[in-house]
Design a binder for this molecule. Structure first.
Ligand SMILES: [Zn+2]
Length: 669
């Protein structure tokens, strides 16, 4: 895995599932579609949603306490969440993916208003006391009550009035900080010019697609399909150095200030609650329950990874020396060398060439394959259907029951990069399932893939995001706020990381060929080579993940630190060190978003993901296990604690064994 991939962001709704009510026919129909609003529509929808929501809150406030039952509190609550989600869901995706800048700006303004409304709602003592009074009759209702009561508490309902007002101001400011931070990256139009000489080593297919200036230079920006192949293939070290430094400055200078501000505001949140740190505030609601558990886990990772990382770096340095015809002592291995020499070493040692792999995985065929594999495992079909779209290249599908053809949910794919679009890969849970409200879910897969063919990493990304999407579209929860990916943040990455495995095993991979007759066939030998190639670089990759997670925990830990200085200190301690003039933290959107004190969750969830894989044994295509996964994990969303459903699926307590074997390269192919 090359340096800049931070995995993705699984988008969650604010707080439990806060969200809106402008409801055109297309949105309320039995096969709902996302309404394609422009800036003016968004303003109107937002205004309508909030005034209807206020009316519902007022009605709920008037319910006599003695009549506060599940029936009279939880159900109206679910309808209120749905009302908000009906605006927030579409607005969130349009803000991140609409080609129209005015729409995106209107979306941001609307999301700020909904955020503010959400804070007011969760600080509302009257609603809080009605929830407190209602007595749940079963475990799902009990879980809802627990989640909602915690959200009230975490928003400040029990704080004294002054602190409560301050909490509201902080939460509002944090939302604005997060928006500006991502906008600065999303709208960064910087392009670097590289001469044909500097682009040597890149495949012809890449160069043919690249923009050029009138002098014949290639103009390259920060989209993954441009940046990553360049870093892995450009022979010219100086060109790679220049691109690396620019890429690691793409959010600056303002984002560094914003990150600092987010850190201070969250520190203040912790102090309002009398907690030692924001990490304490966050982890008490997660699987790990405390920062200490996270630190212990990270230490264990570090112990396993340290030596492997050093060994790999040593091998790469020797490889670089050999390529340059120098003594090892004469060469330094730099950050901008890591993707390049890993790629070259993998070509030479394992005969794995990421660019050549695109021929095996044409993009359309890969999508058809993911549909077929998912359909077979989970007993569903993906049927292309007509829908209004925010961009002509977006596609809409209906997810239907494999046997009856009955409609289950809707799904959009927005796969290719373009200006002003969200730059990572992510799944947006636009609409949550609610059995109570007969509400079917909708998810959107957003990525920035190569249009003609996928390399192996992109294939993994597609599966990863599809794993999130399935969590959304196959959920069958009683309440909307438990739908899909509304689970503990340190569990949310488990189904998605688990699904990456389908890109690594011969069982599923040999089927790709059925969707692309003219393509070379994936055979056992290729899968073995891919496995061997993947095993190299594990130390480097998990060493990096460990650094990100430790940095995150430090930033939101008990000691006040300057984000940039702390990053320099921590990255300097790694085997490859810190590169002067880079400002990576200013590009680290996870930290100002919902992954603050939560980045460790990627590795924590991977422990569970790899453990759950063991249920499939050697046959990833086993539909019986697939159905069970759908039933126990996907369908249930957040209506049971993650620890419980994982145990139920495994039939035992989870074990980190498979994960530690994975990071030390001992897990079999
Ligand atoms: Zn993810």
């Amino acid at each position: 895995m090359s340096e800049p991939i931070l995995a993705d962001l699984a988008r969650r709704l604010v707080l439990t599932a806060l969200c809106g009510a402008f409801a055109p026919a297309a949105w309320t129909a039995s096969h709902p579609r996302i309404p394609i609003w422009n800036a003016r529509d968004i303003d109107a929808a937002c205004g309508d949603a909030l005034s209807s929501a206020r009316a519902r809150v007022a009605a709920l406030e008037e319910l006599p306490l003695s009549q506060a039952t599940v029936e009279r509190v939880f159900r109206p609550w679910d309808r209120l969440q749905i009302l908000l989600e009906d605006t927030q869901g579409p607005v969130d995706i349009l803000t991140n993916a609409s080609p129209d800048a005015a729409t995106r700006a209107a979306g941001e303004a609307c999301l700020l208003k909904i955020n503010e409304f959400g804070t007011e709602l969760f600080q509302n003592e009257k609603i809080h006391s009605r929830f407190q009074r209602a007595a749940p009759a079963d475990s799902i209702d009990r879980k809802l009550k627990k989640d909602v009561m915690e959200a009230f508490e975490d928003t400040g309902v029990a704080l004294p009035p002054e602190k409560r007002a301050r909490m509201k101001a902080i939460l509002q400011r944090l939302e604005a900080v997060q928006q500006t931070f991502s906008r600065n990256i999303r709208d960064n139009k910087t392009r670097l010019a590289f001469s044909p000489d500097e682009a040597k080593g890149l495949p012809a297919s890449y160069l043919e697609k690249a923009r050029r200036d009138d002098k014949g230079n290639y103009l390259l920006g920060f989209e993954y399909p441009e940046y990553e192949p360049f870093m892995a293939n450009a022979e010219n070290e100086e060109a790679r150095r220049r691109y690396y430094i620019a890429f690691n400055n793409r959010g600056t200078p303002q984002n560094l200030d914003l990150l600092g501000e987010a850190t201070r505001l969250r520190r203040e949140i912790a102090s309002l609650y009398g907690l030692p740190s924001y990490a304490h505030f966050v982890t008490r609601r997660r699987m790990v329950e405390s920062p200490e558990t996270v630190h212990r886990f990270l230490d264990e990772v570090k112990d396993r990874v340290r030596e492997i990382e050093r060994k790999e770096i040593g091998e790469l340095r020797a490889f670089k020396a050999e390529r340059l015809g120098k003594n090892v002592q004469e060469v330094t291995l730099n950050r901008w060398d890591l993707p390049y020499y890993q790629e070259q070493l993998k070509k030479e040692r394992y005969n794995v060439d990421q660019e050549a792999l695109r021929a095996y995985f044409p993009t359309d065929a890969s999508v058809a394959w993911v549909f077929a594999v998912s359909g077979g495992l989970y007993g569903v079909k993906f049927v292309p259907a007509k829908a209004p779209l925010w961009h002509p290249l977006v596609r809409y599908y209906e997810v239907v029951d494999g046997k009856t053809g009955g409609f289950l949910s809707g799904m959009y794919l927005d796969l290719f990069p373009r200006e002003g679009k969200y730059g990572h890969a992510a799944a947006f849970g636009v609409r949550s399932a609610s059995v109570l409200a007969k509400r079917t879910p909708i998810s959107v897969l957003v990525a920035n893939l190569d249009r003609s063919g996928l390399n192996h990493r992109e294939l993994e990304t597609l599966l990863h995001e599809f794993g999130h999407v399935l969590h959304g579209v196959l959920s069958r929860t009683r309440y909307a706020s438990h739908g899909g990916t509304n689970v503990e943040r340190d569990f949310v990455e488990a189904p998605s990381q688990m699904y990456e495995e389908w890109a690594r095993k011969i069982g599923p991979l040999r089927l790709v060929h059925q969707y692309c007759k003219g393509c070379p066939e994936v055979d056992e030998a290729l899968v073995k080579r891919l496995h061997a190639a993947r095993s190299f670089g594990r130390g480097i990759q998990y060493g990096r993940q460990h650094l990100y997670a430790s940095y995150d925990m430090t930033l939101f830990g008990g000691r006040e630190v300057d984000p940039m200085r702390e990053w320099i200190r921590m990255e300097s301690e790694t085997p490859v060190g810190y590169v002067p003039d880079t400002q990576f933290p200013a590009t680290f959107g996870h930290l100002v978003g919902g992954y603050g004190a939560g980045y460790y969750g990627y590795m924590w969830a991977e422990v569970l993901a790899l453990d759950m894989l063991s249920r499939y044994g050697r046959n990833l295509m086993n539909p019986a296990v697939g159905r069970r996964f759908r039933e126990v994990i996907l369908a249930r969303g957040g209506q049971k604690p993650a620890a419980e459903i994982v145990r139920e699926f495994l039939g035992r307590d989870p074990s980190p064994k498979a994960f530690f074997e994975e990071i030390t390269g001992q897990r079999g192919d």
